[in-house]
Ligand binder design. Structure first.
Ligand SMILES: *Cc1c(COP(=O)(O)O)cnc(C)c1O
Length: 396
């Protein structure tokens, strides 16, 4: 089908939650994408931090094909070999002792909220309250739009989940004042993604950890976007020398094959027992095999370190660009999670980048966001920065 035909059928048969789009992407390889007319693009968004290894990574593709010929699905009424292999790899490479698998980020956060509430009930001291940050993003289910500290995602969906309050990100004093005896968990993205690529101030997360420990509150890190090498470490919290009690993953975990995960300490894992939570597709053979292959590549010595260096180069070039163009308010992020706050809305810039063959996206109205695959070459970064430089030059 040509783009026009795809668009027409879309508009006829698909509920309009995504609005008008310019492209239909039909093929990908590494950092490259092609549209229905065969035009090539360089991908600096990775399907929103999903295809971290690049499109159709040969090892993931091979694992998916092999698994598809062997066993695509079996329920969690049986042990699932690729699922336990994946859990073993995640345990070996993180603070977490135990895992629960699901289909995506919102479901992983739902599991995190459910296990924290039930953990305190099991301990005989129910405290259902959850604190979340303003400008956060945690998903689109009822619990997760409630936890998302941006009113636009909640409008029209009330009544919401009771028991969730919001704190200003980076304000440790406000957090302390909000931790009442009813509060059982705090959820934060180590670096806020959708809310504008907001980086924690020095020692903030360490102070949050200390506070949660002191007040006996569970700390949940939503690493759905920041995890899996995106920020230059396997998990973003590893930059800050602390660990949460619960961590959620999704986006990059299967390099495009849908899978989510919630990991926690042995202590917290007691919150769930047989029958307390479940997911039909959670950790099924196909998605787990994709995630095992993805994790094997991500944890290969030097893989994430190389991406981190490419990210450093990207930031060095962008900081120079910020000195040159007055439209740039601030360059933020870590590793290959890059946000550029502009004075004006970024939609026109994203459109012009696309015209120049570069796919990138927003993080809120005024923040331009780059999330290239971690395999991106320094030369590709240079080319994209040069294109952005030219576009900003024309605009001024
Ligand atoms: C994308 C995202 C989610 C939601 O993930 P879905 O798979 O779309 O449900 C949750 N938290 C963060 C930080 C995200 O970036």
């Amino acid at each position: 089908m040509k783009t026009d035909e795809i668009k027409a059928l879309n508009n006829q048969c698909i509920i309009n939650t995504y609005g008008d789009r310019k492209l239909a992407i039909v093929r990908g390889e590494g950092t490259k994408l092609w549209d229905a007319e065969g035009r090539e693009y360089v991908d600096f968004f990775a399907g929103i931090a999903v295809t971290n290894l690049g499109h159709c990574h040969p090892e993931v593709t091979e694992a998916v094909c092999r698994q598809a010929r062997t066993l695509v699905h079996v329920s969690n009424l049986y042990y699932i070999e690729p699922q336990v292999e994946l859990a073993g790899i995640l345990c070996k490479n993180s603070f977490a002792d135990k895992w629960f698998f699901c289909n995506g980020g919102a479901e992983a956060n739902e599991a995190a909220f459910k296990i924290s509430r039930r953990y305190w009930v099991q301990k005989g001291q129910p405290k259902p309250g959850i604190i979340s940050a303003n400008q956060s993003f945690h998903g689109r289910t009822f619990a997760t739009i409630t936890a998302t500290g941006q009113p636009k995602y909640r409008q029209g969906f009330e009544p919401l989940l009771p028991g969730i309050v919001y704190v200003e990100f980076n304000d440790i004093a406000e957090l302390e004042s909000l931790i009442t005896p009813e509060v059982g968990a705090v959820i934060l993205e180590p670096i806020q993604g959708e809310g504008g690529v907001r980086v924690p101030s020095d020692n903030y997360l360490k102070h949050v950890r200390d506070l949660c420990t002191r007040k006996n509150v569970l700390l949940i890190f939503d690493e759905v976007q920041t995890g899996l090498g995106r920020t230059g470490k396997l998990f973003a919290h590893q930059h800050y020398g602390i660990t949460p009690d619960i961590m959620t993953l999704a986006k990059g975990l299967g390099n495009g094959v849908p899978i989510g995960a919630m990991g926690c300490t042995n202590e917290v894992s007691s919150g769930f027992g047989p029958g307390s939570h479940a997911c039909t597709f959670g950790g099924n053979p196909l998605s787990s095999a994709a995630a095992v292959a993805t994790m094997k590549v991500l944890t290969r010595p030097g893989f994430i370190e190389t991406a981190a260096k490419t990210g450093d180069h990207f930031f060095t070039r962008l900081h120079k660009l910020a000195k040159k163009h007055a439209q740039i308010v601030e360059v933020r992020g870590k590793g290959l999670m890059v946000g550029i706050e502009m004075k004006d809305p970024v939609a026109p810039i994203i459109g012009r980048m696309l015209d120049a063959g570069v796919i990138c996206g927003p993080a809120g109205p005024n923040v331009l966001r780059f999330l290239p695959p971690l395999i991106v070459a320094v030369a590709e970064v240079d080319r994209v920065v040069d294109i952005l430089d030219a576009i900003l030059g024309e605009a001024s």
